[in-house]
Design a protein around this ligand. Structure first.
Ligand SMILES: Nc1nc2c(c(=O)[nH]1)N[C@H]1C(S)=C(S)[C@@H](COP(=O)(O)O)O[C@H]1N2
Ligand SMILES: [Mo]
Length: 425
């Protein structure tokens, strides 16, 4: 038998548990981690096809796409959720991501009238209402104004909405995948509003989309003047059609519904318009029958993406637990992780950029001995807010709500490494 020195940073305990797992017949433990090779590995000793033959030339991929071995990394929808695919949603595969940026092609989509296909040369943005001079901008006009780039999460208020009355969907893609995090480039809305000149009684804005749904929503002027961007780019290139090409509103930290895509008009007024999206939808029916309106901010939330139902644990011994945390009120300051359903908590390692109103990456490096786990994560933000348990949330909100469910998620990981969505009583 060949002898290899185990990697220096591997603990004795991890080695012992890996050896025990090998004894128990668990697949995969004969990796470099276990430090033994039963027989010569042809992937090491033999020349492979990809070494023998030339690869594609630089003329084959004018616009690149992922490796063919990554075909499973896709947005997915749940067909029974909505009556049509045009007024529907698909979900970001959170369990396949790393770092903090969502690749453009994997950003979840939520449309009320399908993806509008707009020639940027024919797109116009109008600003009217309580302004000194109503204005119409072309895309070229907008691109000649001072611009800035920011990284922000967008979360649909309905994210985790199916989970209000108990555990429902099996996979973080479906329970938490109505969120994405990209870098936007655009012009601060303040610049355009100042150009139009605000009347003294201006208090509210109405943002209107140029898609078939003409979706519109009222936004307090104060937010509009503070940090709203009109973005024409995401992740360094033009917006994708499904994200509102050629122009969308970016409303940092606030619910996704306000981020009007294919933005064609902004009206300035002195009160909210009471549109469909802020009355019959995106309101929260409380236990006493009253309805909560204008719940704009997305509170701190987190989820463990690995392990999760779509991402089983494959090995005993050394493992990396990972997930996302975000807050619409500021930065994520701490994430705690529990492996035993909230009895004991460990502080996770936050890695990479920690940005305002952006998704934040956390890791917990742990050894798994094959025992059952109840995995949870709990985010804290720069205002001191702590992500609540679902039971705490229901005490305040009842069970009629759909939107704004930021409760702590639990995955039950079984001895075979598979996990499922559960809720603790
Ligand atoms: N014009 C228009 N804007 C829209 C929508 C729409 O259907 N039409 N959907 C809204 C909703 S409910 C959400 S959650 C976000 C989703 O943005 P995304 O598709 O980039 O994920 O866009 C918002 N902006
Ligand atoms: Mo939404």
């Amino acid at each position: 038998m060949q002898k290899h020195r185990p990697p220096g940073n591997l603990s004795r305990r991890a080695l012992l548990s890996a050896a025990a797992a090998a004894g128990a017949g668990l697949a995969g433990v004969r990796s470099g981690l276990a430090g033994e090779a039963a027989k010569p590995d042809p992937l090491i000793t033999e020349v492979q096809d990809w070494q023998r033959y030339l690869g594609d030339g630089v003329d084959k991929r004018p616009y690149g796409s992922p490796s063919k071995f990554e075909k499973h990394v896709i947005r997915r929808d749940v067909s029974w959720l909505t009556a049509s695919a045009e007024s529907s949603v698909n979900f970001t595969p959170l369990h396949e991501l790393d770092g903090i940026i969502t690749p453009s092609g994997l950003c979840f989509e939520r449309h009320h009238g399908g993806v509008a296909e707009i020639d940027p040369a024919k797109h116009r943005l109008m600003i009217n209402g309580l302004v000194d001079k109503p204005l119409v901008f072309t895309m070229d006009d907008i691109k000649r104004m001072p611009r800035t780039s920011r990284i922000h999460f967008l979360e649909c208020a309905a994210n985790s909405g199916m989970e209000w009355r108990g555990a429902q969907l099996n996979g973080c893609q479906f329970t938490h995948g109505m969120v994405h995090n990209v870098m936007y480039t655009g012009v601060p809305l303040k610049v355009l509003l100042e150009e139009a000149g605000l009347r003294p009684n201006a208090m509210w804005l109405m943002l209107e989309g140029g898609d078939a749904s003409g979706m519109n929503r009222s936004l307090p002027l104060e937010k509009g003047l503070n940090d709203v961007l009109l973005a024409f780019a995401m992740n360094g290139e033009a917006l994708r059609p499904e994200q509102g090409y050629p122009l969308r509103a970016v409303i940092p930290g606030w619910e996704g519904n306000l981020w009007v895509k294919w933005l064609r008009r902004i009206e300035v007024g002195d009160q909210p318009w009471q549109t469909r999206e802020e009355t019959s939808k995106y309101t929260d029916l409380l236990a006493d029958g009253r309805s909560r309106k204008h719940t704009f901010v997305m509170d701190a939330k987190s989820v463990v993406t690995n392990p999760s139902p779509q991402a089983p644990l494959k090995y005993r011994g050394r493992n990396v637990l990972s997930g996302f945390a975000w807050s619409g009120r500021g930065t994520v300051t701490r994430v705690d992780v529990s492996l035993d359903g909230g009895r004991n908590w460990r502080t996770a390692r936050i890695d990479g950029p920690v940005l305002d109103k952006s998704m934040t990456r956390f890791y917990l490096d742990f050894d798994w001995g094959g025992e059952e786990l109840m995995v949870q994560s709990r985010a804290m933000d720069s205002t001191g807010y702590v992500q609540p348990a679902k039971s705490e949330l229901r005490k305040v909100r009842g069970v009629n709500s759909i939107y704004h469910n930021n409760g702590i998620q639990t995955w039950l990981v079984r001895g075979n490494g598979e996990s499922e969505n559960v809720e603790l009583g």
